[in-house]
Ligand binder design. Structure first.
Ligand code: IVH
Length: 694
């Protein structure tokens, strides 16, 4: 696409070019779930096209992407016609747009109707639109938005979404008669934290990651195999009634519609507010304030939707083209920005991995000044042909490190220079190595000071030894001064010399020293974490130490013994044994011991009599929605009974506890012959005096 209109271009040409670009980007966004450009960039193209068409009505066409709802239907799912067209929303980007929208509504409604005019303000959830159909209280069909007229049948996948009521009212005691027919519009999404955790797991396993929570949600819902969807942490918000039949008291407003949906068991946002027309200033203030807090929400919200509350007024206002006049989406300035790539430098990580880093002309993205962004690895820079001097598109999604998405090739003037990975480590000067088949390049010099700094930083961090007052600055300083040559040197720092350093007054040094001293007595999994063995983070270290209780025993372990631990695969097991097979690493452990650092936990207390805990030695998996216990409650109940809870069903699982919507775990359990319990059976089994039969 060409973002800049060429001035000599005639309108017909430009319109044709824009239509082509808009169609292509809509296809990438809606059908492939793989957009090339961000919302803001897309909106700019779309608005330019609409403005040109308005200025040249003779060039308007019935098939322009401005007159139909965006998107196409992917061929692999069955098609479903929507009960009403699935409209989209016109956008407002500032206060003036909002006020203009209001004025138009006031004008169209006329004096008589103004007294009753009020607005509902809802979050604009950034997920995937879904249409949910219920007949006589049963969920019978679920579809994607598709092209607005026809969507894709994803019923099987939606059934796996825990929050989606399969029967309404979801609460059987609610004494509400189900309507004969109901169709609901909602948004399927995943929480930011669930997205990050999923990507981290995928990355560790070398599998495909998703660019953002929206793509993750979309990708998860469009799996042809619903067992995969079932394992994805999908959630849902319901926000519109599309069709309602056989209801004696149908809602008359959007506010009542939301209350209705909530009463029947749909997740409805608690962040909805209502304003009368007279309170419009307060509405504007709400919109502005929300922009600052939306990032703190656990899920992504890219704006607010403001809707006329009365459904009768909505009907009177109608729509233009594909947008209702009665609603508008207020969109906050995006999380993307374009800036100049000044340079590419490389960072040396704790494992010696070399990451190219973009040095950017500082730019504000979502209220934060960004001057660095990651470029992942050598191939990323090469495949995207990112050159020094390029204008680049930078994204900052939630809490994660900003990243360069791509160069804007059309803006090149020829002065840009390609980049290549340096041959030598910028810190120690030793040659860099890229193992065959790996995307990452490494500095393999164990004595590289950059690695040591990172290793120390990690060792003292909260995830590992949690040394108070010790951070990256101290790591850099003490390595530079030569006080720290290996991790154990942290326990023999020359405190008298440190007292002489600038900024290290007696009090500060005393605190630092106390922090170091206190860390000697941490549970041994923290020391194991701090060693920075590949694939051994805090969770894995705890799993290992729950079995081995000490580094002495662990050093003697073989890979087979380690992989017998639930949750430890062969890759981790090998990494651990490889680490301790190296003499310097074994010597390091002895140094810690000599310095008084605890390398083994106290012997575990021998279990009391056999009948003491009902679930002792048993491993459980919990799946689906239980009738009364939450997932966490069920877990706590099992653990209090001496049992263990794991995430996936395997040969080592003793029981699968199932609720509604169990998904693939139940199938797996049945295949493996793992006994299945209901919540009631679980509770009975855990009651004092009973002991599991298995
Ligand atoms: S109302 C006719 N309300 O934003 C009005 N849409 O183009 C229909 N969205 O993909 C939409 N949160 O699915 C409405 N609270 C909300 C929404 C919302 C997210 C989505 C919608 C559509 C896009 C707007």
């Amino acid at each position: 696409m060409s973002p800049e209109p060429k001035s000599e271009q005639n309108p017909a040409e430009r319109i044709a070019q824009l239509r082509e670009a808009v169609r292509r980007h809509q296809y990438r966004y809606y059908v492939l779930d793989d957009p090339e450009i961000g919302d803001q960039e897309f909106d700019a193209l779309f608005h330019e096209l609409r403005a040109l068409e308005e200025a040249h009505p003779d060039l308007q066409r019935a098939d322009s992407p401005t007159v139909r709802v965006g998107g196409q239907v992917a061929q692999r799912f069955e098609k479903v016609a929507h009960p009403v067209p699935m409209l989209s929303l016109a956008n407002a980007f500032d206060e003036a747009d909002l006020r203009a929208w209001r004025e138009r509504i006031r004008r169209l409604l006329g004096e008589d109707d103004l007294a009753a005019l009020a607005y509902i303000v809802e979050p604009k959830f950034d997920g995937l639109t879904v249409v949910l159909h219920y007949e006589d209280g049963r969920f019978v069909l679920g579809a994607t938005r598709g092209d607005g007229q026809v969507g894709e049948n994803i019923t099987a996948n939606l059934r796996t979404v825990g929050q989606l009521p399969l029967r309404i009212p979801a609460d059987a005691t609610a004494d509400l008669p189900p309507p004969a027919r109901l169709a609901v519009r909602g948004e399927a999404y995943v929480d930011k934290a669930d997205f990050a955790a999923f990507n981290a797991r995928q990355e560790a396993a070398g599998d495909r990651t998703y660019a953002n929570p929206r793509n993750f949600a979309a990708g998860s819902l469009r799996q042809l195999d619903s067992a995969i969807s079932a394992q994805r942490p999908l959630k849902i918000w319901a926000y519109q009634i599309l069709l309602l039949e056989g209801e004696a008291h149908p809602p008359a407003t959007q506010g009542e519609s939301l209350a209705y949906l909530q009463a029947y068991g749909f997740p409805v946002s608690p962040l909805v507010t209502r304003f009368t027309d007279e309170e419009f200033e307060a509405l504007v203030a709400r919109v502005m304030q929300f922009g600052a807090v939306r990032h703190d929400l656990p899920y992504e919200v890219d704006g607010l939707v403001i809707k006329v509350d009365s459904l009768a007024q909505q009907a009177a206002l109608g729509f233009t083209g594909k947008d209702p006049r009665w609603a508008v989406a207020y969109k906050y300035a995006g999380e993307e920005a374009v800036t100049k790539l000044l340079d590419i430098v490389v960072n040396v990580g704790r494992t010696g991995a070399i990451t190219p880093q973009a040095v950017l002309e500082p730019v504000t993205i979502g209220g934060v000044t960004v001057s660095n962004a990651t470029l992942h690895n050598e191939d990323y820079v090469r495949d995207l042909d990112i050159r020094i001097g390029d204008q680049v598109l930078v994204i900052r999604a939630g809490e994660v490190i900003p990243k360069v998405l791509r160069p804007l090739v059309d803006l090149r003037d020829g002065s840009e220079t390609p980049w290549t990975m340096p041959a030598d480590c910028p810190v120690c000067g030793q040659p860099l190595v890229r193992p065959e088949g790996e995307a990452a390049t490494y500095c393999v010099n164990n004595a590289c000071p950059a690695q040591l700094v990172r290793a120390v930083e990690y060792f003292v961090s909260r995830s590992a030894m949690d040394v108070e007052g010790f951070g990256i600055r101290q790591a850099e300083l003490f390595v530079e001064k030569g006080y720290i040559r290996d991790l154990a040197d942290i326990y023999s720092l020359p405190w008298d010399e440190i007292l002489e350093l600038e900024g290290y007054k007696a009090k500060r040094v005393e605190n630092l020293r106390a922090g170091v001293e206190a860390s000697k007595d941490r549970p041994v999994w923290r020391l194991l974490t701090g060693l920075g063995v590949r694939f051994v983070g805090e969770v894995v270290a705890q799993l290992i130490m729950a079995d081995y209780h000490g580094l002495d025993k662990l050093m003697a372990a073989d890979a087979e013994g380690l992989s017998a631990i639930d949750g430890i695969g062969p890759r981790i097991a090998e990494s651990v044994t490889e680490y301790f097979s190296l003499a310097p690493n074994r010597a390091l452990v002895q140094e810690f011991a000599a310095a008084g650092v605890r390398i083994a936990d106290e012997a575990p207390v021998a279990p009391a009599g056999p009948a003491a805990l009902p679930f002792a030695g048993k491993t459980f998996v919990v799946t689906g929605t239980l009738p009364t216990l939450s997932r966490d409650d069920a877990k706590a109940f099992i653990q209090q009974g001496g049992g263990k809870v794991t995430g996936s069903v395997s040969g080592k699982t003793d029981y699968l506890v199932v609720g509604e919507n169990p998904g693939s775990k139940l199938i797996k359990a049945e295949q493996l012959g793992v006994p299945v319990l209901t919540e009631e059976e679980l509770v009975r089994l855990g009651a004092p005096g009973s002991s599991p039969a298995g």
